[in-house]
Design a protein around this ligand. Structure first.
Ligand SMILES: [Fe+2]
Ligand SMILES: [Fe+2]
Length: 249
């Protein structure tokens, strides 16, 4: 169940949970100039469906992690769909905002905070790496895993093991983890300076939320989805051998 209270001012929800801003933007809710309105009022003013907004907030905020379903018992298709809809969508939205925000903050405050120039470089590298990585998951690996889910379907993937793309993705995850550690150091553990302006704070908040979300995102892939793919492929190879045929691998 959503833990977000619709009678709380929308501006406060945005301040407490910066990731909610992406949801507010998507539903066209006014959270800045009219931030004193409750979430319920804001939805009414914008003709947005409150239940839909609450659902989206639950999916988009790590605060809802406790109410998340048990993904270990989901099919690979369900989990891949969920990862694309939530974590991949959130990462893309975050990078779209960071691509504007980080250079702006670095240009304005780089003289007083020279580490911002390093931050700008690391975030640009992270953005390029993660956007490319998600395209490869969306276009190659996840469709492959969905095919492995359909037991009746003849295997139409390349003549090598699904472990190969999985190993590549896990290697990328390690690199992403390293870049987030650099970002954490460069932002003083995601703590803006006391006198930081709103843009500086928004940037640090976004980076912190993206890091948290990426932890959950990678956990679901490395620890749930990918092992399920390896098991499904092994089971399929076993079934093929059982029919006196050779496995393609
Ligand atoms: Fe992913
Ligand atoms: Fe991934």
């Amino acid at each position: 169940m959503p833990r977000i209270d619709a009678s709380v001012p929308i501006g406060k929800i945005g301040a407490d949970m910066p990731r909610s801003l992406a949801v507010f933007e998507r539903f066209g809710l006014d959270y800045c100039c009219q931030g004193v309105r409750t979430l319920r009022e804001a939805c009414r003013m914008s003709n947005a469906d409150l239940d839909e907004v609450l659902r989206a907030l639950c999916e988009m905020t790590g605060e809802a992690a406790g109410s998340e379903r048990d993904w270990a018992s989901a099919t690979m298709t369900e989990l891949a769909d969920h990862i694309e809809r939530t974590h991949h969508a959130f990462a893309r939205e975050s990078f779209a905002r960071l691509a504007v925000l980080v250079p702006k903050v670095a240009a304005h405050h780089g003289a007083a905070h020279p580490e911002l120039h390093d931050l700008e470089r690391v975030v640009a590298r992270l953005r390029e790496e993660m956007l490319d990585h998600m395209i490869r998951e969306d276009r190659v690996l996840f469709p492959w895993l969905r095919r492995l889910d359909r037991k009746s379907e003849i295997h139409t993937g390349p003549p090598w093991s699904v472990r190969r793309p999985i190993d590549c993705m896990m290697h990328d995850h390690n690199e992403v983890g390293q870049m987030f550690r650099e970002i954490k150091d460069l932002t003083n553990n995601f703590t803006p300076p006391d006198n930081a302006c709103a843009s500086f704070r928004a940037m640090v908040g976004l980076l912190r939320d993206l890091e948290r979300d990426t932890h959950v995102h990678i956990h679901k892939e490395n620890n749930i989805l990918f092992p399920a793919g390896v098991r499904a492929e092994e089971a399929r190879a076993g079934a093929v051998h059982g029919h006196a045929a050779e496995s393609p691998n």
